[in-house]
Design a protein around this ligand. Structure first.
Ligand code: FES
Length: 116
């Protein structure tokens, strides 16, 4: 695997996302509170661009008539049909078998690289 440097750390603030290209791949780099994460810019359902997805939280399991919003800033919601994905792993929130491909991100000397 090779590390492809795609941007500098200071180019992306916490809570922001950026589209980058590595060869033929379009990837989205997200900066969360605890670091950088990279997902394919392609929803596994019908191919929507994940960059256009709203980043927020999700409804956590709770008692009847209770509402518990959780994981704010860690979940991306597909812009076309609303499937939710964990930015840190690419996993959908509804199935272990559905995921956006994710890639390890390496930060070194202020440079953000994706290992592919
Ligand atoms: S294209 Fe993403 S949920 Fe349908």
């Amino acid at each position: 695997m090779t590390v492809h440097v795609v941007l500098r750390e200071e180019e992306l603030a916490v809570g922001e996302a950026r589209l980058v290209a590595v060869g033929e791949r379009e990837l989205v780099v997200y900066r969360l509170q605890d670091g950088f994460y990279a997902l394919n810019n392609y929803c596994p359902h019908q191919g929507a661009p994940m960059l256009a997805g709203r980043v927020g939280g999700t409804n956590a399991p709770s008692d009847v008539y209770c509402y518990r919003y959780d994981r704010d800033g860690e979940i991306v919601r597909c812009p076309w049909h609303g499937w939710e994905f964990d930015i840190k792993s690419g996993r959908s929130l509804f199935s272990e078998r559905v995921r956006v491909r994710s890639y390890p991100v390496v930060v070194e000397d202020g440079k953000v690289g994706i290992r592919i």
